[in-house]
Design a protein around this ligand. Sequence first.
Ligand code: AKB
Length: 316
Amino acid sequence: MKKILVTGALGQIGSELTEKLRSTYGEDNIIASDIRRPENPSGIFEEIDVTKEKEIYEISKKYNVDTIIHLAALLSAKAEAFPKVAWEINMGGLVNALEAAKQLDLKFFTPSSIGAFGPSTPKDNTPQDTLQRPTTMYGVNKVAGELLCDYYFSRFGVDTRGVRFPGLISYVTAPGGGTTDYAVEVYYEAIRKGAYTSYIAQGTHMDMMYMPDALNAIIQLMEANPDRLKHRNAFNITAVSAAPEHFASSIRKQIPNFEMGYQVDPVRQGIAESWPDSINADAAKEEWGFEAAYDIDNMTVDMLEKIREKLKKDSA
Ligand code: AKB
């Protein structure tokens, strides 16, 4: 990768990935884009509506990029609330991005998710290659997206690569409309109130990962030797399998009086229950050497420290 267009650059992954790419590949080589221009973009920024057929193509051509990292998408809970909009953004945006990659001969990354699995998928140690019959619009988009990326690879030779992200935890930009968002909120509320009411029920396991590991995964996969890749779209990756009470006990090691309550949201609980409890990430390890560096406890220490600094700065 030398010159990279990032779509959805203002989102949870995009905002941090753009900065990391800039420090790795050089300021002028990263073109951030999103549907709206921020007030003070910190580097090259272009407004792109991914659902408009030619916008990704035009900007990719304008800057002569060699890679597209396509992140613009609606997350699971939002997609359940607005399924048709989700189809238009998640699938319409993806096919436009893939077409740009095909026409300009670009490398391509887009994330899939643990949401690509469904209730009939084996729940524990979910294999890389398994039954995928998701029951959510987001899941349908993710499976269709994986297949579409594989199709552009096998039919048109586009170098497509992807991972199935677990719930991503970070302090920089809040996730919007995901099922796993509680695992970010819990840290903020632990600091602000010493307590959190979880909308996901006790005992509901999902895979989770700290953002620095997720960013490394994207770069590592995109830089991996293609001859070693037996899979492409998309690799299972994980760091921890955790339920709300595991976050509570990890936080209690740092904030002993922290209290966790439960008020379950049936929609997000239903989505969570349709996803795996834990996934098997051996293929990512074997084919491109990925292993997460953070477990729940060292992530908790870092999250709490960074959120405290951020809140202090915001209130200064
Ligand atoms: C969501 O909850 O929708 C996302 C995901 C696991 O894909 N965080």
